[in-house]
Design a protein around this ligand. Structure first.
Ligand code: SF4
Length: 338
């Protein structure tokens, strides 16, 4: 019933509508999407879209980023208003501001925010001449950020930051997780004076479930098996895996594997299950991350309802001052990573 309503709306709106879906959306949503991708692919697509109405099936930071990049005549919609990201919520903009002000007293601090952050945090990145990154371009963006100042504050994902620092060859003594308790008052500037990279102590609640012991056991029991994981996973998990990367990289790894391969995939299960269906000639198994409860909030029912009510009251709105600064940070990313 909801599928029919969605199809009717798509027919009615024609070229005026574009439905975008993140890889972590369920098949019931993905089948209606005009474009499926990871955060970078979806963000990069926004400025090229002609559609007047862009419905973003994902979580709120993605829809906010789309609103920041959209042309004035375009309206962005998020089917479920409560689809947030646990990781993004771990870095409230007011706290990030306190920390940046404190760190900026001694050094030129460059914030580099994972795209999984609020528009307020992205605006701070623009204000402090930093930028944002996705899991596809984090390594390149980190290299760029290291050349812009004395220290990089990577946020909110501690694991992605640590994994990228290793990839960039930064020694572990130069990387440290910061203390954000007491609204930043616990932070010691002396303690961090020699660090090149400071990490915000945030994590993804889904990839947090992946444990190195399990990967070790799998590889021990089945040395022929391959493991591919998302870099939001713990660095020990990433080190044990054969490959790590964005959702697009994971999809490509699975596609290129020989028929008959056994591959454990360490990322959100909606994508793992889709890969299973798309590659019946391979043995694809979930590593155990499970589902993201926020991604799962977008159901056909909410999508159908959104498509029938594309009016101003429901669109995603961002404060114009914040949007301007956030746009600078996001456009820097698109320029540096292109
Ligand atoms: S999978 Fe993790 S990072 Fe992605 S939306 Fe869910 S909580 Fe946030």
């Amino acid at each position: 019933m909801h599928s029919k309503k969605i199809q009717d709306s798509k027919q009615r709106l024609g070229k005026d509508l574009a439905i975008l879906a993140h890889h972590y959306q369920s098949d019931a949503i993905v089948k209606h999407a005009d474009l499926i991708g990871d955060s970078l692919q979806l963000a990069a697509a926004i400025p090229k879209l002609k559609a007047k109405y862009i419905v973003f099936c994902g979580v709120n930071f993605m829809a906010e980023t789309a609103a920041v990049l959209a042309a004035p005549h375009q309206k962005i919609f998020l089917p479920h208003p409560d689809a947030t990201c646990v990781m993004a919520d771990m870095a409230p903009a007011s706290l990030v501001k306190n920390i940046l002000e404190k760190l900026g007293q001694r050094k030129k601090i460059i914030p580099l925010a994972y795209v999984n952050s609020s528009v307020g945090v992205k605006a701070l990145c623009g204000q402090y001449h930093g930028s944002v990154c996705t899991s596809s371009n984090a390594s390149k963006m980190l290299e760029w950020a290291l050349n812009q100042g004395d220290q990089v504050l990577f946020l909110p994902d501690k694991n992605l930051g640590e994994n990228m620092a290793r990839l960039s060859g930064i020694s572990s003594e130069k990387v440290q997780v910061i203390d954000i308790r007491q609204r930043g008052n616990n932070l010691s500037l002396e303690k961090h004076s020699d660090h090149k990279m400071l990490l915000w102590p945030g994590v993804c609640a889904v990839h947090f479930r992946l444990k190195p012991e399990k990967v070790y056991r799998i590889l021990n029991d089945n040395p022929q098996a391959m493991v591919v994981v998302h870099p939001e996973s713990h660095p020990d998990v990433v080190n044990l895996a054969h490959e790590s990367g964005s959702t697009s990289k994971i999809i490509s790894f699975v596609s290129k594997a020989a028929p008959g391969s056994t591959i454990y995939v360490g990322t959100e299960d909606s994508l793992v299950l889709r890969l299973q269906k798309e590659h019946p000639d391979k043995n694809i198994l979930p590593l155990g991350a499970g589902y993201c409860s926020n991604m799962a909030k977008t159901t056909p029912e909410f999508l159908a309802e959104t498509l029938e009510n594309l009016d101003k009251d429901n669109m995603v709105k961002v404060n114009e001052d914040l949007a301007g600064l956030a746009r600078t940070a996001v456009e820097t990313m698109l320029k540096v990573s292109s």
